[in-house]
Write a protein that binds this ligand. Structure first.
Ligand code: ZN
Ligand code: ZN
Length: 404
């Protein structure tokens, strides 16, 4: 690569003979009407994915407490064969998913590592939001069994749907009920490197994790000879060490330092040392995991990532690991092939609309086939001047669209 000294758009730099030489991001803009190469940004929906390529997107990397800058855990894997898999859907992450402008029909497969809200808190949003915005079929969820049935994924989803009875009942009158359904495939959380999904050249495996109670797991995604490990919440465990070894890209949590848990997260020192080093992974322990399994690229996440916390975590990690590393924030994206792994940031709209997929929306139920959830008493309260005020507009719209 030719080295150029430029003053703006710095993608990287090298120190040579004591002089900082700046490497341009993407070559030269040759005329005032030319286009600027953008090798450091990913604009969703604008890039072809090669057959043997994986695009992995961080849609949530934060914590259970809300922060506008960072949603809770969610990773989206997009594969060159067209398959897409969501891993966790933590609170707030659905807005980041929406900004990718992927038709909801392509976002129907969700794998849950465990049932803490910061890993499935936005299920409601993709369930009902996707239902109203173009998904034509049920959601499919894979998740671990619990030590008892009520601690498992199937129980959680059954009762999730019960909790949203009013939501579903009222939508079912106007929309097809089909996209509001959820199928659940449960698997044994104790099974080691067990196949939980296999189709179209994709294998997804599960590993036990050590976190807060029995049930949590991590996932391994295998595709086109590539191995991506999506670590759920866990203290470093022997299964991850054995089966995540030599991963192309290995994600593992690295938690806030105990000092920062006290300073910034309002925890007592006793809580902080237990949370930060017993049920989660400290930066030093994360580094030890990565220097042991030696992935081509390591990704740490699960902390509010700002200058101070980032630097404190990095200092801890560097005590035990100095290999390729991303300390993830939301909207970080990795393109993974046999040849190279590229980390970039996504540039996406704050005001994204849903994008139509190839499937026509299923027909709403015929009148009379689903009980009307609005009673005559409530209907009789409709204010007539409002009906009159909109009558011409309604009439015109119906005429234009051939409606009765
Ligand atoms: Zn958790
Ligand atoms: Zn968590």
């Amino acid at each position: 690569m030719r080295r150029r000294v430029i003053t703006a758009f710095l993608a990287g730099s090298v120190l040579t003979f004591g002089v900082m030489i700046l490497i341009g991001a993407g070559g030269t803009v040759k005329s005032p009407t030319g286009t600027a190469p953008d090798r450091y940004a990913y604009y969703p929906g604008t890039e072809h994915l090669d057959k043997d390529e994986i695009r992995l997107i961080a849609c949530g990397t934060g914590l259970p407490a809300a922060r506008r800058d960072q949603a809770a855990t969610c990773f989206l894997a997009e594969l060159g064969n067209g398959d897409k898999f969501l891993f966790d859907i933590g609170t707030g992450s659905a807005a980041n998913i929406a900004a990718l402008m992927i038709p909801y029909d392509f976002l129907d497969k969700l794998f849950l590592t465990h049932l803490h809200t910061d890993h499935w808190g936005d299920l409601a949003t993709i369930w009902a939001g996707g239902w109203t915005a173009g998904r034509t079929k049920p959601l499919q969820i894979w998740g671990p069994k619990g030590a008892t049935p009520e601690m498992g994924t199937a129980y959680a989803i059954e009762h999730f749907l019960k909790a949203y009875t009013w939501d579903a009942t009222t939508r079912n009158f106007f929309l097809s009920a089909e996209p509001g359904k959820i199928s659940v495939t449960e698997f044994d959380y104790k099974a080691v490197n067990a196949v939980v999904y296999q189709k179209n050249g994709v294998t997804i495996r599960s590993l036990p994790a050590i976190h807060a109670g029995d049930g949590p797991v991590s996932f391994i995604l295998e595709y086109a000879g590539l191995k991506v490990v999506i670590g759920g919440d866990t203290f470093p465990n022997k299964w991850y060490i054995e089966y995540a070894a030599n991963a192309d890209l290995a994600i593992h949590e690295t938690f806030l330092t105990p000092q920062d848990l006290v300073r910034l997260y309002g925890q007592s020192p006793g809580q902080a040392i237990a949370v930060g080093t017993q049920i989660h992974t400290s930066p030093q322990a994360f580094g030890k995991v990565m220097s042991t399994i030696k992935p081509r690229h390591a990704v740490g996440y699960h902390f509010f990532n700002e200058q101070a916390t980032h630097d404190n975590i990095l200092r801890g990690v560097l005590q035990t690991y100095t290999g390729p590393l991303s300390l993830a924030v939301d909207n970080m994206v990795w393109n993974i092939t046999k040849e190279k792994i590229t980390e970039r940031m996504i540039v996406s709209p704050d005001q994204a609309w849903a994008v139509n997929g190839p499937n026509k929306p299923p027909k709403p139920p015929a009148r009379g086939t689903v009980p009307d959830p609005i009673s005559d008493f409530i209907k009789a309260g409709r204010w007539q001047p409002a009906e009159q005020a909109q009558a011409t507009m309604v009439e015109q719209f119906k005429k234009e669209n051939g409606l009765q």
